[in-house]
Ligand binder design. Structure first.
Ligand SMILES: [Fe+2]
Ligand SMILES: [Fe+2]
Length: 329
């Protein structure tokens, strides 16, 4: 059983959930730090962005940075205490670091561009659609910290799964992917390429978080069949659909007029497409049955290409650095 309060005895074994150990090792292999990618070359791109393009980037940063900490809060208060596999605990510890590293990345971006921090951070509480997403997630985390929650009961186990679906499947696996797609669309049009590379690394981490969360949900359901009632299944499905609605409203505010040849409808079709994949991964039928409007996302998230891309970037920085020195000399 993966659910339960861990005792020291539980930590003596370390092989029951091999998938968690594998994901932990994969997470460690993905170690990176934001300063490995210099952002200097993106400065002139940033200057050339129009107000609406800047607004889209600011609104995403404003939502995502605080949410890194909300994910960690969910892990610490709503997941870790109710799981007793040492491998899963190792993975969650690793994920805590990665979320902190993502926040460092956003700080690094904020410091690298002439961004008005206060105005940027004011966007998320001041925009109703952004606040609605945060409030929806917080509701599920708060349920986990309710004193009356007993993880040994059907209701307690169902609350744990709901919190995982809210923070992992909906926030990390849907909201964040929608935001990543917008930022990577800049790179796709040869703008903010290095910013895009950083986001690609964040995305690679988030893909693992999603894999872990999904596997954890499936393991809990498999080991606790009594919690899978029709009503509960319907509730989970509706949570994913609610997530799509919340994100659709957010994207309307992100793009009042459309930027980079994209508009809210385009992004929202992508959101529906990935929500269908999330539903299928949990054993549901798809809801929207739409095509992926952004097939380029598949290539831009390819890890091998990312590594090559970074190596190329490194070389070009060295060349540029020399050129600057020669000129200065
Ligand atoms: Fe993150
Ligand atoms: Fe994450």
């Amino acid at each position: 059983m993966i659910i339960g309060k861990a005792s020291p005895d539980d930590y003596q074994r370390n092989e029951a959930y091999e998938w968690a150990q594998d994901l932990y090792e994969q997470g460690i292999r993905n170690t990176w730090f934001p300063h490995e990618i210099p952002l200097k070359e993106d400065h002139s791109d940033y200057e050339s962005l129009n107000e609406e393009e800047k607004h889209a980037l600011m609104m995403i940063l404003s939502f995502m940075n605080p949410m890194e900490f909300v994910v960690n809060k969910s892990i610490c208060l709503g997941i870790y205490p109710y799981i007793k596999s040492p491998e899963a605990h190792k993975y969650l510890s690793r994920q805590l670091f990665e979320e902190a590293n993502h926040s460092e990345t956003f700080e690094y971006i904020l410091q690298s561009f002439p961004i008005d921090r206060d105005a940027m951070y004011a966007l998320h509480p001041d925009t109703a659609s952004s606040r609605a997403k945060e409030e929806w997630i917080s509701h599920y985390i708060n349920r986990m910290t309710d004193e009356k929650l007993d993880i040994e009961t059907v209701e307690g186990k169902q609350e744990l799964v709901k919190n995982l679906v809210a923070t992992n499947v909906v926030m990390e696996g849907t909201f964040f992917f929608s935001n990543f797609m917008v930022i990577l669309a800049f790179r796709q049009r040869n703008k903010m390429r290095n910013f895009g590379s950083l986001i690609n690394w964040v995305l690679r981490d988030e893909s693992l978080h999603l894999k872990f969360g999904m596997q954890l949900i499936l393991t809990i359901l498999e080991e606790n069949e009594e919690i899978v009632t029709d009503e509960f299944a319907q509730e989970i499905r509706e949570m994913v659909i609610k997530g799509v609605e919340l994100e659709a409203a957010f994207n309307e505010d992100l793009f009042p007029n459309g930027v980079l040849g994209m508009n809210a409808a385009y992004i929202n079709q992508y959101v529906q497409y990935i929500a269908d994949r999330r539903l299928e991964e949990m054993g549901f039928e798809a809801e929207y049955n739409v095509e992926n409007p952004a097939k380029w996302m598949a290539t831009s998230t390819d890890v091998l290409e990312l590594v090559n891309f970074f190596e190329q970037q490194n070389t070009s920085y060295e060349v540029n650095a020399n050129a600057t020195v020669e000129k200065a000399g």
